[in-house]
Design a protein around this ligand. Structure first.
Ligand SMILES: [Zn+2]
Length: 181
């Protein structure tokens, strides 16, 4: 192929599949410039889209309880009694199984920071608070986003409660924390 034809070929697949042109040049320069033998397998660009099911495994009940019952569950070690939220299938101290225990959804901020800079996905939310919350009855911390009008009201030691969204999908964003008045 002539140079301008090769450029047209790159443009065609760049527009068709959004493949960066530098990738096309890297992968197809030899073919288009005639270096590959006539009998060699001919490769052409294509695109694959994949839908798949992501399994939440042994944490599944935690997310079902959020979606179906607006309830936060912790996982309690059957040996040492430590309670984890987010839940764990096994205790990281004694490696024993855990069992489900319902929590009230109240807790306290153990660490927090105000975000004034972020990626484009969250830029409309700044300033927002990222906090580690210890739920009552648990021995672990949960990283979470707060929703609060005045970020100066939130600090270490602030009591918070979980608020569930009306539309829930079975994900960690089905609830958020608000300071208790
Ligand atoms: Zn344990």
């Amino acid at each position: 192929m002539k140079d301008h034809e090769i450029e047209q070929w790159y443009s065609y697949y760049h527009e068709k599949f959004k493949i960066p042109k530098e990738y096309l040049r890297r992968d197809y320069e030899a073919e288009l410039s005639g270096k590959n033998p006539m009998e060699a397998p001919l490769e052409i660009p294509d695109k694959m889209e994949i839908f798949f099911k992501y399994s939440l495994g042994q944490q599944s009940r935690f997310f079902r309880e959020l979606r179906e019952n607006k309830k936060i569950f912790g996982a309690k070690c059957i040996k040492c009694g430590k309670v984890y939220c987010p839940p764990r299938a096994n205790c990281h101290l004694c490696y024993r199984q855990t069992e489900w225990v319902p929590l009230e959804g109240n807790g306290v901020i153990k660490a927090c920071t105000v975000q004034y800079y972020t990626t484009s996905a969250f830029i409309k939310k700044v300033p927002f608070i990222c906090a580690y919350v210890q739920l009552d009855g648990t021995d672990s911390l949960m990283m979470t986003n707060m929703e609060v009008e005045d970020v100066s009201r939130v600090k270490v030691g602030t009591r918070v409660k979980a608020v569930f969204r009306e539309e829930r999908t079975g994900s960690i964003t089905d609830f958020y924390f608000r300071p208790v008045e």
